[in-house]
Design a protein around this ligand. Structure first.
Ligand SMILES: Nc1ncnc2c1ncn2[C@@H]1O[C@H](COP(=O)(O)OP(=O)(O)OP(=O)(O)O)[C@@H](O)[C@H]1O
Length: 220
C-alpha cells in the first residue's frame, strides 16, 4: 500500500531531512514511525500527503508513483488518506458535527449522505452525544477523537497520524491507540509517527526508526 524506494528529501536550505529511505507497508498493516525530534518523521508523512515532494527516489501508494500526480490531482489523492495531527487543527467556530461534515461537503457528498457518514464517524469514536458542542469545551482526549473522526469520515484506505497522543496522558493515549487498532482491524493501513517509546513498546506492531533522516531499524 505504501512504498518508499530510496527516498531522499532535501529542503531548499540544503538539509537532507530524509536520506535513501527504503521500506514498504502492506495493505492492512499497522506500524509506528519513531525517532528523535528532527529525525524526519513529519517529513516522511508529508511526502505521503503530497505536502512535499521527494528530491530523489520514489514514493508509491497502492502501486501508484506519487510523482505522476500533478498538483491538480492532490485533492483526489488526499481522499484516500486520512490524517490526524497532534494539535487537532479543529475549527473552533463550528460545532463538533460541522467539523466532521465539512470535509465531506467540500468533496461534494450529497448532504443527507454526508450527515449519515458524519454521525457514523462520531459514533465510532464515541462522541455522538457531543455533536452539537463547540470543540473548545471538550477535553484534550475528546478533541483528539474529533480529529480522528474527521480523518476517517471519508473511509480512507490509509490513516496517517503525526504525534496523535503528544498532549494526552497515558490512559487517554492508550484509548486513542485502541481506536487506531480498531480502524486497522477493518482493513485500514495505519502509520503513526510517535516518540512515545513506552506506549509503542506495549503494542504488538512493527516499529520503523529514523535517525537523522536514515532508516536505522525496522521490526517488531
Ligand atoms: N521546510 C523546511 N526547510 C528546511 N528544513 C526543514 C523543513 N522542514 C523540516 N526541516 C528540517 O528537517 C528535519 C526533519 O524535520 P521533521 O519535522 O521531519 O522531523 P520530526 O522527526 O517530525 O521531528 P519532531 O518529532 O520534532 O516533529 C529537521 O531538522 C527540520 O528542521
Amino acid at each position: 500500500m505504501i512504498s518508499f524506494d530510496n527516498v531522499t528529501k532535501r529542503y531548499p536550505n540544503g538539509y537532507d531531512a530524509l536520506s535513501q529511505v527504503n521500506f514498504s507497508l502492506a495493505s492492512g498493516e499497522m506500524a509506528f514511525l519513531t525517532g528523535h525530534s528532527g529525525a524526519g518523521k513529519s517529513t516522511l508523512l508529508k511526502l505521503l500527503m503530497l505536502m512535499e515532494r521527494p528530491s530523489n527516489g520514489r514514493v508509491l501508494m497502492g502501486n501508484q508513483d506519487l510523482a505522476t500526480l500533478s498538483n491538480r490531482q492532490i485533492p483526489y489523492h488526499r481522499r484516500r488518506v486520512g490524517v490526524v495531527f497532534q494539535n487537532h487543527q479543529l475549527l473552533f467556530d463550528r460545532s463538533v458535527f460541522e467539523n466532521i461534515v465539512l470535509p465531506l461537503r467540500i468533496c461534494g457528498f450529497d448532504p443527507a449522505d454526508a450527515t449519515r457518514r458524519a454521525r457514523a464517524a462520531l459514533d465510532k469514536v464515541g462522541l455522538l452525544d457531543k455533536e452539537k458542542l463547540n470543540p473548545v469545551v471538550l477535553s484534550g482526549g475528546e478533541q483528539q477523537r474529533v480529529g480522528i473522526a474527521r480523518a476517517i469520515v471519508h473511509k480512507p484506505q490509509v490513516l496517517l497520524a503525526d504525534e496523535p497522543t503528544g498532549n494526552l496522558d497515558p490512559k487517554l493515549s492508550e484509548e486513542v491507540m485502541r481506536l487506531f487498532q480498531q480502524f486497522n482491524q477493518v482493513g485500514t493501513t495505519v502509520l503513526i509517527a510517535s516518540h512515545d517509546l513506552g506506549l509503542i513498546a506495549r503494542m504488538p506492531h512493527r516499529v520503523i526508526t529514523l535517525n537523522r533522516g536514515r532508516l536505522v531499524a525496522d521490526g517488531k
